[in-house]
Design a protein around this ligand. Structure first.
Ligand SMILES: *Cc1c(COP(=O)(O)O)cnc(C)c1O
Length: 436
């Protein structure tokens, strides 16, 4: 399949280039030129299919035969290897728990898939692919763990010294193998600037292959469609047409994947686009005015995004037609106080522990759901990742899952860097690991 740029439908690329470039040359985002509709047979079998099988059946239309089918089957089996259950919370609302992967965040799903797809594009005996990421905490751990041990790909993570939490730091500095962590004397913005400067350094890029792993990469957001299908496989077929899905959103990669699943035939009634007070998209859905703004800090901090990078993909799917977008999506924003109150009330009433992001989803869904409708919200992070807020509201100590504990026993290994670009360049140029 070819992939076109959201800025220009005539500018298209094959899978390999689209994955390795991330962004199209005209700075647009890549979109599949064709979205297949799944046949009736698929829907009949859905309740019996594993996550890996659903991944194979739905994603192969985009990724094969560029990746041979038998190799691709192995990729989907390996990437989607942890449970994603639908868990009832109240009478009409259930959580789709996306946080049972290695770093307890839904970003594990896209990262694990992207890593395995990228490794297909390192030529035999050729140069390795080097993934350069700046992180303020969470993205680094999901990417590092997603790529860990994947052949032919190195991950280099830049993070600000002393500015990420200990748990987060441990999750990407203790891994070894193909993962290197660079501890930068500076801020997250300095890390991002260093990464951007490296991407623009043509001389460096002659020497080593550099790429990125954020949700603008089509091989990171597309695999997220699998759990929308999987969720429907877990509920009764007679409920499908009355089911509303609520997606707590920041950069809108997750919701974009859901909208594509709907284009492929998922009979979801509508989506609720839930945000914290960074309400650019809900505001647009209500008024038609799209105004990016500086981001505001909230307890659901992975969604503190003032200029959502993937929303343009949704606009492109609906030919920029606001009415069509509104038929599919309703927007709602949730305040900090409402996030806390929701964690408190849902625990008290239903004994279900929400994290702040899931709380945004639950709250928006509850507000939007009509009589006789059923709702599923995406629970995007494990509550143990946000102990301060969660313990304060539930008045309960939260148990750290073993997966997190294991990281805490590892030994930190990093390379210290100043915030001068020449330092990073020197690091990348002098190690032979990145070249051969
Ligand atoms: C990244 C993230 C989100 C936002 O997802 P988008 O695809 O950027 O909309 C929501 N919740 C958590 C916990 C996240 O890490």
């Amino acid at each position: 399949m070819q992939f076109y740029s959201t800025n220009n439908k005539n500018l298209s690329s094959n899978l390999k280039n689209a994955v390795l470039q991330g962004l199209a040359p005209d700075n647009g985002l890549y979109m599949p030129e064709h979205i297949p509709v799944m046949p009736e047979e698929f829907w009949q079998q859905l309740p019996n299919l594993s996550l890996g099988e659903i991944g194979f059946e739905t994603l192969r239309h985009f990724f094969c035969p560029d990746i041979p089918e038998e190799v691709f089957h192995q990729i989907t089996d390996e990437a989607f290897n942890f449970p994603i259950p639908v868990v009832p919370v109240s009478e009409e609302i259930s959580a789709l728990e996306l946080f049972h992967g290695p770093t307890l965040a839904f970003k594990d799903i896209g990262s694990r898939f992207l890593a395995r797809v990228m490794s297909q594009f390192t030529e035999n005996g050729g140069k390795p692919i080097n993934v350069l990421v700046a992180t303020s905490g969470d993205t680094g751990s999901a990417v590092a763990n997603g790529f860990l041990g994947v052949e032919g790909v190195n991950v280099i993570i830049l993070y600000p010294e002393g500015l990420v939490s200990e748990v987060q730091e441990k999750q990407f500095t203790t891994l070894g193998q193909n993962i290197q962590a660079l501890e930068v004397k500076g801020t997250f913005d300095d890390c991002q600037r260093l990464v951007k400067t490296a991407f623009m350094d043509e001389a460096l890029r002659q020497e080593i292959v550099l790429t990125s792993a954020n949700s603008i990469n089509l091989a990171r957001f597309l695999p997220q469609m699998v759990y929308y299908f999987y969720a429907f496989g877990q509920i009764k077929r007679q409920d499908w047409k009355d089911t509303v899905i609520c997606v707590p959103s920041g950069n809108f990669g997750n919701l974009t994947a859901g909208v594509i699943a709907a284009q492929m035939g998922l009979p979801v009634k509508r989506f609720v686009a839930a945000t914290n007070v960074n309400d650019i998209v809900p505001h647009y859905l209500e008024t038609g005015n799209y105004h990016p703004a500086p981001s505001i800090a909230t307890p659901a901090n992975a969604m503190d995004v003032g200029d959502p990078s993937n929303f343009v993909r949704i606009q492109t799917i609906f030919d920029n037609n606001l009415n069509k977008i509104q038929d599919c999506l309703t927007g709602l924003s949730v305040t900090d106080e409402q996030i806390k109150e929701t964690i408190r009330i849902v625990f008290k009433k239903h004994r279900y522990v929400l994290d702040p992001h899931g709380a945004v989803g639950y709250r928006a869904l509850q507000k939007n759901l009509k009589k006789d409708e059923k709702g599923i919200f995406l629970a995007t992070a494990h509550p143990a990742k946000f102990p301060e807020t969660v313990e304060m509201e539930t008045q309960q100590k939260i148990q750290q899952p073993q997966r997190l504990e294991r990281f805490m026993h590892g030994t930190k290994s990093t390379t210290a860097l100043t915030k001068n670009y020449s330092d990073l360049k020197c690091f990348l140029e002098t190690s032979s690991v990145f070249k051969t």
